[in-house]
Design a protein around this ligand. Structure first.
Ligand code: ADP
Length: 338
């Protein structure tokens, strides 16, 4: 392969720039040219494709967001959109593509591979909700941001003896809530993967204050419900504490990537180029037990594919994501860490 392209798609995540940079540098070392595609699949179809050089990737390893911009472009799920995109790749002589994004973006990578343009997926999302990898690019930074914010919320929570519900991102996954909750010493962590009862939360809050605690921090994953709804239900269940809701929102998606995210993104970016160099597409790179691994994006579950097709042609996720509940199984009594 003499020329490849790289794009970022779906929700952005800190570390995407580090991955783009690694793709470029590894490719140069392999004698492969690299083009950048702006705005994900939308830019591919529009022909917004340009050669990357050292200047373009310079000083990006520490920058949040993605300098290639990201976009959602549902038209790429249709054959017509895919063929238009391929036409543009053909015009530029591009033979393979690195797609940095979530599982939606992986589907696009699969389609490109099926049309004869090998594409490799890299997991770029703060949510850590992608099958086939222990960690996604951006997760560590997002959790660090949440912990810094909760440390500050705790100060004011303590001063006023207030109960805080801190709503964090994660889509359907509780990873951000679980990790940030443990790292910030939260009193309660509510995630979609584990059932809970409002009555129990009310009881914990009451007992905490009775025992002399001067704050109560609840980390709530957005996949459970909104902070406002949670507060309503808590009051309905009998909570009488001075309750506040804090929605951290998009600050979780930005910021300079942590060391972990920079290194992870760099390793994965380099691996993606090795795969394309060897003509391999339709796979996603992941990390498992600190080793880089690859899984086929679409195929049979028993062969390690991330997704399978049913007889009706529907795409199903194999091994749906589960948060790392082992942390819970340790029976960590969070109160002991106060
Ligand atoms: P994420 O990649 O973070 O999961 P999305 O689900 O929004 O985000 O997907 C990102 C983009 O990937 C979409 O806007 C679309 O361009 C492309 N895409 C999503 N699903 C498919 C599909 N089934 N086939 C081809 N391309 C897809």
């Amino acid at each position: 392969m003499k020329r490849i392209a790289v794009l970022t798609s779906g929700g952005d995540a800190p570390g995407m720039n580090a991955a783009i940079r690694a793709v470029f540098k590894k490719a140069v070392a392999e004698g492969i040219e690299v083009y950048g595609i702006n705005h994900g699949y939308a830019g591919m179809v529009a022909g917004d494709i340009f050669p990357l050089d050292f200047k373009a990737v310079g000083d990006t390893v520490r920058r949040g967001g993605t300098f290639l911009y990201s976009a959602r472009y549902p038209e790429f799920a249709e054959l017509e959109g895919q063929l238009k995109g391929i036409e543009q790749l053909k015009k530029k002589g591009i033979e393979g593509v690195v797609v940095i994004g979530g599982d939606g973006s992986y589907h696009g990578a699969m389609r490109l591979t099926e049309h004869g343009y090998p594409a490799v997926g890299l997991p770029g999302t703060i949510d850590n909700d992608i099958v086939g990898t222990d960690y996604t690019i951006g997760f560590d930074t997002a959790v660090t941001t949440v912990v810094e914010a909760v440390d500050k919320i705790r100060d004011t929570s303590t001063s006023h003896h207030r109960t805080f519900i801190v709503e964090v991102m994660g889509r359907g996954a509780g990873d951000i809530a679980l990790w940030s909750g443990i790292a910030s010493g939260a009193d309660e962590i509510i995630i979609p993967e584990k059932d809970f009862k409002f009555e129990d939360v009310v009881k914990n809050i009451q007992e905490g204050y009775e025992n002399g605690r001067n704050h109560h921090i609840i980390i709530l994953a957005e996949g459970v419900m909104s902070g406002a709804e949670f507060a309503e239900k808590l009051k309905e269940a009998g909570d009488r504490s001075d309750l506040r809701v804090s929605v951290l929102g998009h600050i979780q998606r930005g910021g300079s990537p942590t060391v972990r995210d920079r290194v992870l993104a760099s390793r994965m970016g380099a691996r993606a180029v090795e795969l394309l160099r060897d003509g391999i597409g339709g796979v996603a790179v992941g990390i498992h037990n600190e080793e880089l691994v690859e899984s086929p994006i679409l195929g049979k579950e028993e062969e390690g594919a991330l997704f399978s097709l049913t007889e009706k042609g529907e795409i199903v996720v194999n091994n749906p994501h589960k948060a790392d509940l082992n942390l819970y199984n340790l029976n960590v009594d969070l109160n002991k860490f106060e």
